[in-house]
Design a binder for this molecule. Sequence first.
Ligand code: SF4
Length: 214
Amino acid sequence: MVKLSNASKMPCRSWSLQALDTCPGSKNADGSLVDACKGCYATTGNYRFPNVKAPRLHNWEDWRRDEWVDDMVTELDNDRYFRWFDSGDMAVLPLAHKILEVMQRTPWVKHWLPTRMHKFDKFTSVIADMQTLPNVVVRLSSDSVQGGIIAGETTSTIIPTPDHATDSMTVCEAYERAGKCGTCRACWSKDVTVVAYPAHGKTMAKVITLLEVA
Ligand code: SF4
């Protein structure tokens, strides 16, 4: 059975997996976490509760079913916006290809898929196929927490504060709306090249402080 979640911040539903376990792009070559993942919101707070973890663990097995794509297409019948991976990532190629098929078969839905799988060459082709679809934005995540920008048509980065934004960035202003998107749909827009998320949370503040004094 397909299990979707409603992230409180988002104006839409999401299909998610367990953070870090399904995020091979979250680690450096030595196994340490990249800066942006050190303060991952999806490893703290509500995300640690069994009832929040359970659907994510279920989904990791569920996508392998032959009927999964058909079921996702049916489930999205009334959705207009959708976010893949409120937590987790499209860790393996067969899953990525199934997600591509869901995207192709739901042209009435605007899909936003944030990912670090662009680091792995074998994902280049499937990400490119997703990006050719008019209803899809694959937003490649930078590992930086200091506004470092990576190459790509649509990307994201983290900045220490809104004041650190440069002209090329669209700053996420959810922090001004109690963490909610409101009417903003920048993450779903192909016209927005770089979304910059101001850092939040104590762990992320520590990461940034350590980088600034290094
Ligand atoms: S940039 Fe806009 S759409 Fe993206 S998370 Fe922030 S408020 Fe939501």
